[in-house]
Design a protein around this ligand. Structure first.
Ligand SMILES: N[C@@H](CCC[C@H](N)C(=O)O)C(=O)O
Length: 276
C-alpha cells in the first residue's frame, strides 16, 4: 500500500502525520518501527494518526505512537501539529477543535498568529496514576540511579513524567541518568524524564529524555509536567517560559482543579509517500 504522509515538527520534536479520516489506515508495531527508522524509513519521534471520532461530540480522534512502536496517551507538540494538519488539509475549518486521545478529550485553539494553544487537562501527582511505586505521598521522592540518589517529582499529565531539578543542564546527566530512570523498576510502564533548571520563578531551561524515543529537541507534555512540578514545589509562578533545545513554550497552570495551558508553534516540513 502506498502511504501518503506529512512530515511536521513542533520545536524540532518531529512527526509523521497520516490522514486516516479520508482513507482507513492501520499500522502494526513492526511497520511503525520501520517508518520511524531515520536511516531505512522516514524517521520521526512520533507517528500521529488522525481518525474520525468515536464520540459524535468530538471533531476527531488521533492516535500517537513513539518511534519504538509503543502507543502513548498524550503528546503536547503533536497536538499542535495535529491542529495545523487538519486545518491545512481542510478536514475542518474550525479554529477551536475538540479531540479524543488515549488520554481523554482535549481542546485546541488555533490563534491568529498561527500558534496553537492546547488545554492539556489536569495533572496528577498521585504515584499510582503514572504508575510510580512509592510508599505513601511525599513532596520529593528519592530514587536510586546506579548508586547515586536523585530527588524527583512524579507527574501524570495523561502520560507519565519524572521531573528532576538540576543546577546545571549537562549532556552527561541527560545521557547517563535519562535512560536509567526511563526504565527504572519503580516505573512499571516506563517514564519520560525531564531535567529542569530553574532560572527564575517564570523562566526555566528543560531537557527531556522521552520514553520510547530518547532525548528529543522538545517535549510538550514534558514542559507541562516540569512547570506544574515546579509550581507544586514552590519554585515557579503560574505562568512560565520554558526554553527547550528546539525553542520555547509558554505554559500556565492556576493550580489544583485547573487545566494546564500550553502555547507554541507547529510547522509543516514536507509531504511524501512511501510503500508500507
Ligand atoms: N513528544 C511528546 C511526548 C510523546 C510521548 C512520550 N514519548 C511518551 O512515551 O509518553 C510531547 O510533545 O509531549
Amino acid at each position: 500500500m502506498l502511504l501518503k504522509f506529512t512530515k511536521m515538527h513542533g520545536l524540532g520534536n518531529d512527526f509523521v502525520v497520516v490522514d486516516a479520516v479520508s482513507r482507513k489506515v492501520y499500522f502494526n508495531k513492526a511497520q511503525i518501527e520501520r517508518l520511524g527508522d531515520r536511516n531505512r524509513g522516514i524517521g520521526f519521534d512520533q507517528l500521529l494518526v488522525v481518525e474520525p471520532p468515536s464520540n459524535p461530540d468530538m471533531d476527531f480522534r488521533y492516535r500517537i505512537y513513539n518511534c519504538d512502536g509503543s502507543e502513548v496517551e498524550h503528546c503536547g507538540n503533536g497536538a499542535r501539529c495535529f491542529a495545523k494538519f487538519v486545518l491545512d488539509r481542510e478536514l475542518t475549518h474550525k479554529r477551536i477543535i475538540d479531540v479524543e486521545t488515549k488520554r481523554g478529550q482535549i481542546q485546541l485553539k488555533v490563534l491568529d498568529d498561527g500558534q496553537v494553544c492546547v488545554d492539556m487537562g489536569e495533572p496528577s501527582f498521585v504515584p499510582a496514576d503514572l504508575p510510580f511505586v512509592a510508599e505513601g505521598l511525599m513532596d520529593l521522592y528519592p530514587i536510586d540511579v546506579a548508586g547515586e540518589t536523585f530527588e524527583l517529582t512524579p507527574v501524570s499529565v495523561g502520560n507519565p513524567h519524572a521531573v528532576i531539578r538540576v543546577e546545571e543542564l549537562s549532556d552527561a546527566i541527560v545521557e547517563r541518568v535519562g535512560p536509567i530512570v526511563e526504565d527504572h523498576e519503580r516505573f512499571p510502564n516506563n517514564v519520560n524524564v525531564g531535567f529542569l533548571q530553574v532560572l527564575s520563578s517564570d523562566e526555566v531551561n528543560l531537557r527531556v529524555y522521552e520514553r520510547g524515543v530518547g532525548e528529543t529537541q522538545a517535549c510538550g507534555t514534558g514542559a507541562c509536567a516540569a512547570v506544574v512540578a515546579g509550581i507544586k514545589q514552590g519554585w515557579l509562578a503560574a505562568d512560565v517560559l520554558v526554553h527547550l533545545p528546539g525553542g520555547d513554550l509558554r505554559i500556565s497552570w492556576q493550580g489544583p482543579g485547573h487545566s494546564i495551558q500550553m502555547t507554541g508553534p507547529a510547522e509543516k516540513v514536507f509531504e511524501g509517500q512511501i510503500y508500507l
